[in-house]
Design a protein around this ligand. Structure first.
Ligand code: CDP
Ligand code: MG
Length: 153
């Protein structure tokens, strides 16, 4: 079973879209195994976005991501990393296809509502940045046999 680190970014919290977007992940059959409301510090932002720290637009990204509370979560599911990235759509809300989360709710390249890990290594690194081991909970809903066949897992 795969895990992905999800952030409902400050724009998502401010626009009161967390519930609606979380519902899309729940409706898809993904399991929440950790979740908390928190502030991202500049130091955490630099660790999270290490690959972007040198970019010209990084300072405004840091200002944005530290500018209000976020909801951090770990989602679990089969192929969850790819599945959630596809549900989000392209980085810019202006380019993201209609029907995707960013395509439906964002008209911005920066304020694109949700972060999701882009691969297994990033997921492991990012989950460890936001959650202690004991904050991640075993959560296999009893309805699981009605979400997929037993030989799919
Ligand atoms: O989030 P994703 O992996 O789709 O995009 P990224 O290229 O890894 O960029 C990380 C985040 O930086 C984006 O989600 C945007 O919020 C922000 N960004 C920005 O502020 N300006 C850009 N020109 C590109 C990205
Ligand atoms: Mg990225």
């Amino acid at each position: 079973m795969e895990r992905s680190l999800i952030l409902f970014k400050p724009d998502c919290v401010q626009r009161r879209l967390v519930g609606r977007i979380l519902s899309r992940f729940e409706d898809k059959g993904l399991n929440v195994v950790a979740m908390k409301l928190m502030h991202i510090t500049p130091d955490l932002a630099k660790q999270h976005y290490a690959e972007h720290v040198q970019k010209g637009w990084y300072p405004t990204l840091e200002q944005f991501i530290t500018g209000g509370p976020v909801v951090a979560a770990v989602l679990e599911g089969l192929e969850v990393i790819r599945v959630v990235r596809e549900m989000l759509g392209a980085t810019s809300g202006l380019k993201a296809a209609p029907g995707t989360i960013r395509g439906d709710y964002s008209s911005s390249r920066q304020m694109n509502l949700v972060h999701a890990s882009d691969g297994p290594e990033a997921a492991a690194r990012e989950i460890a940045l936001y959650f202690k081991k004991e904050e991640i909970v075993d959560n296999t809903p009893t309805i699981t046999p009605w979400l997929r066949a037993g030989d799919e897992a």
